[in-house]
Design a binder for this molecule. Sequence first.
Ligand code: PDD
Length: 287
Amino acid sequence: MPRISYVNGQYVPHAQAGVHIEDRGYQFADGVYEVCEVRHGYIVDITRHLDRLNRSLSELRIAAPMSRAALVTVIRETLRRNKVKNGLFYMQVTRGVARRDHVFPAEGTRPSIVITAKSTDPSIIARKNAGGIKAISVPDNRWDRVDIKTIGLLPNAMARQQAKEAGAQEAIYVDRDGFVTEGAATNVWIVDADGTLITRPAEHGILRGITRTTLIDVGAKLGLEIAERKFTVADMLAAREVFITAATSICFPVVSLDGQTIANGHPGSVSQNIREAFFDVAEKIAI
Ligand code: PDD
């Protein structure tokens, strides 16, 4: 079945889908994005993802490409045309096409919007959950506004590649003061000796992950103690459990960091309980 993508008002075969070479996303990474999970025919946490998209757009002063209702219709149609039941959609909005100039283009320049959808293999996620993943720590070398979900992901791509070359699956950023910020494409959590679930506050230095927000609701439902406070690599190495969260994977246990084993080197029960309870708590709308 050929993949279909949505580009600026049209559904086109994925292989032919494209934007203009002077799109500001292409030239300046002047745009924002969202990745949202689809599971068993339901879109997960769409309200929170669209709220964050609006926030990212307004922080960068990019106009909304269409109304929220229209966007949901297009997302559903893109998923239907690709027959996605388990997988994800990716949505990107840029400031649009204009002659190359750093300053913003003329008022009224239409933002560009692209939506792609794909099915994913749940068995790959299951395997990562069963064995856990390895991570490395790297200095956080990103700009100051990582709270905005921009498409400017070069440092993140470099860090993920560094992790891959070290035989790991995620790179975990550490700020100048020695505190963990987040992963190259995930938020980071630890469970301390008392069983408290700890994650960095989202006010500064990290993206406020949607999975992170929903997981706080899940933790409350499970009666877990949750603390939003900073922690270090040493805290991670001393933790009972470490895991990372992102849409499409919920949470992956981290069983080693920089080659050092965390706890007994096996995924812990807290991340497993959270994963099992996650979809009962998350918002779901049928495709
Ligand atoms: N990444 N932090 C960063 C830097 C991220 O890129 C992401 C998501 C997260 C987790 O956010 P959420 O729970 O809303 O997915 C945290 C997506 C999945 C990506 O870039 O593919």
